[in-house]
Design a binder for this molecule. Structure first.
Ligand code: ADP
Length: 492
């Protein structure tokens, strides 16, 4: 024996046992299970004293609740199993309530327990070493996490949202059960990224989904609406919204978000569009004949001496033209929304188109100076009428939103394989927060100054759709009370 061990106190193993974490030694004297030794920390966590438990039967010291009697994790059953099998039995979580003298109540506690058989020289189990650790904190934390997850799940289920999570590194995809229903499958069907993509048209896949994905990787936000085809052949619409999580090197790692079925709203929108289309169509017919009558009358009265009649007919003609422009823009809107807006591509001289549009606009607007600075002569291939409509909208707005006698400058120029057209005004300008929204459908700036200027907020929306369909860009630069410049560019 080494000299060091000689200087250890005789009762060293008892001291060690008493200082060990959560230990209790019981005799294998079924059914009493007499307590032979107990550590300080065991006494502390079970709120008892050595005198109160030593020499007592285990269940005298720690009475079991009636309801636990059949529970295979109940202490009596576990001790019996240790003796019968001769093997260690672990109970990862076990509830045993402990009396708290401060509150005078038994409070719920959760324990992780281990029961090790201890044998004598005849290999007979004589003791059981019972060790416990109080894991109430961990159990509580887990319960809270489960509770909050359940709450979130219930809330998302109540709103009809499906949730999804895509790992961009290993392409693992997870989604909630609701996803199957949104994509028209029976409950329980496994939905994968590929199965969802298979329900989207190749065009939408390229123009909506891949585009939104490319943008999301830059902006961190993912948002789009797209049509899906259910297995039964019916059309539905979904709205996807999500965020991208990046690592420290700004590399995208994960994308997660929600999907909402917006079919009802879309069908509502389609009905509204159909109504607009029908109403505009019905209005167009009487207006066309009104226009024809005014033209005939104008011709017939051309020699009239009455200046009032001449003047009134010119004004009536102008008002009819204004109204038919409006009706055509409504028709365009509904054609656009229903995907029926066709481009008629043809080569034409852009400077000539700008000159013609200015002349047409100035026929009914006399109060502004319009300068045109043409760039080098160029023939572009585009829908002449639609591009003329965009220029007309820019010019009409410049007139509407700038003071009498101010100057409006239109310019065209060719650079870097693109044509750029700009319309500059000296008008009321646009706040930065409104600039981003101008190109949205029905958006009009809320401003006292323009309260009395009529408009529907569809001109710039149509312009932006027309330019986008030409794969061009449209944007604005503006300063409040100084003026605005509206631009569009077309690839050459
Ligand atoms: P509308 O002029 O018929 O309302 P638009 O879509 O053409 O519709 O324009 C949307 C909004 O953008 C306008 O209501 C106006 O608030 C703002 N806007 C457009 N052009 C100009 C401009 N040149 N100067 C100031 N505000 C403008």
């Amino acid at each position: 024996m080494s000299p060091d061990l000689n200087i250890l106190p005789e009762n060293i193993f008892q001291i060690l046992f008493e200082k060990s974490p959560g230990s209790l030694l019981i005799k294998a004297d079924t059914p009493r299970f007499t307590i032979l030794a107990v550590s300080d920390s065991y006494l502390q966590i079970t709120a008892t004293t050595r005198e109160a438990v030593l020499g007592k039967g285990f269940f005298e010291a720690f009475p079991e609740e009636e309801s636990h009697a059949t529970d295979e994790r109940a202490a009596r059953n576990v001790f019996t199993r240790v003796i019968e099998t001769g093997e260690k039995v672990d109970i990862p979580t076990y509830r045993y309530d402990v009396y708290n003298p401060a509150t005078n109540m038994r409070e719920p506690h959760f324990w992780s327990c281990s029961n090790v058989p201890v044998t004598n020289s005849d290999n007979k189990i004589v003791y059981i070493l019972n060790t416990v650790a109080d894991i109430s904190g961990e159990v509580k934390a887990k319960e809270t996490a489960i509770e909050s997850e359940n709450r979130l799940r219930l809330a998302t289920e109540a709103t009809g949202l499906a949730t999804w999570d895509l790992n961009l590194v290993n392409h693992n995809f997870m989604c909630s059960a609701r996803m199957a229903e949104i994509f028209g499958h029976p409950p329980g069907t496994i939905v994968t990224v590929d199965s969802m993509r298979g329900q989207i048209t190749p065009d939408d896949m390229e123009n909506i989904i891949r585009r939104s994905f490319r943008e999301a990787i830059i902006t961190g936000e993912y948002l789009y609406e797209v049509k899906i085809l259910w297995p039964d052949g019916s059309q539905h619409w979904i709205k996807t919204q999500g965020i991208v999580l990046f690592n420290q090197n700004k590399q995208p790692l994960r994308m997660l978000g929600t999907i909402l079925d917006i079919t009802e709203n879309k069908r509502d929108e389609i009905r509204k569009n159909d109504f607009i289309a029908m109403a505009s169509h019905e209005l167009k017919t009487p207006l066309t004949s009104l226009k024809a009558y005014i033209q005939v009358l104008t011709k017939k009265t051309i020699q009239s001496d009455d200046p009032f009649i001449n003047n009134a007919l010119v004004k009536a003609g102008n008002q009819v033209n204004k109204m038919s422009d409006l009706i055509y823009s409504f028709l365009d809107l509904s054609r656009l929304e229903s995907g029926k807006l066709q481009l008629k591509m043809q080569p034409f001289d852009i400077n000539q188109l700008i000159t013609d549009t200015i002349a047409e606009t100035m026929m009914i607007n006399y109060n502004h100076h319009v300068d045109f600075i043409p760039g080098s002569a160029i023939t572009i291939t585009a829908d002449r009428e639609k591009i003329g409509q965009v220029i007309g909208n820019f010019l009409g707005n410049a007139i509407k939103y700038s003071p009498k006698d101010s100057t409006i400058t239109i310019s065209s120029r060719v650079s870097d394989n693109e044509l750029q057209v700009a319309v500059v005004d000296e008008g009321i300008g646009i706040k930065r927060k409104d600039q981003e929204k101008l190109f949205q459908r029905f958006y009009r700036v809320e401003n006292e100054k323009i309260k009395n200027i009529s408009g529907f907020g569809i001109g710039l929306y149509l312009a932006s759709e027309i330019i986008q369909r030409h794969k061009g860009r449209i944007w604005v630069e503006s300063e409040e009370d100084k003026g605005s410049t509206f631009y569009f560019s077309l690839p050459l």
